[in-house]
Design a binder for this molecule. Sequence first.
Ligand code: ITT
Length: 202
Amino acid sequence: MNEFILATANPGKVAEMQKILGDLSISFVTRDDFGITIDVEETGTTFLENATLKAKAICKASGLPAIADDSGLIVDALSGEPGLYSSSYGGEQLTNEERYNFLLKKMKNMEHRAAKFVCTIVCAFPSGELLTATGECLGTILEKPRGSGGFGYDPVFLPDGFEKSMAELTADEKNKISHRAVALFNFAELLKSHTTLKGTLQ
Ligand code: ITT
């Protein structure tokens, strides 16, 4: 079976991608398995550009097709913040908890709390070919954090149609509805019809 490498260094993303891709019968190794420690600078101005930078760099370093994820939280009332800067919002050094509390403080007394998580997946192949897929998960920002699962902003995000925050859902529940799950599912569909891989995936 064709082997891929996950281009992310974020342990929360690694855990979710391992589970979702495993369920989709896609075989992969992680950056840790390969001892890849390079830090790819995210200088792009879109999720697509940043995912492409990460996928290409890790493909080059490993010689394997590399699957990168660039994702973030988009809050309507904050004109799309934290968006592309979700991982460093409020300061590079903040913990996840400090970061979502920074967001909650900014949104204090705001009534309009619609938001969405977005994810762009780019797979870079050694041939230079790229496959891209996207996913979103709509919801609202809670007034107070709830739950301890997931990572990042999960405790303050209430997915539409659910009464539990993203951090109160089980890992399996999150991995069915998240922006990352949708993007990876769309990616798997593309792979199935990819000429060189046709027939190797279920
Ligand atoms: P890599 O670049 O190594 O993949 P990163 O964390 O720096 O890891 P991004 O630049 O794509 O990745 O930043 C995405 C940020 O968006 C992430 O650090 C979280 O703060 C937030 N985020 C993305 N997906 C999330 C999810 O499923 N739950 C909660 N927060 C999420």
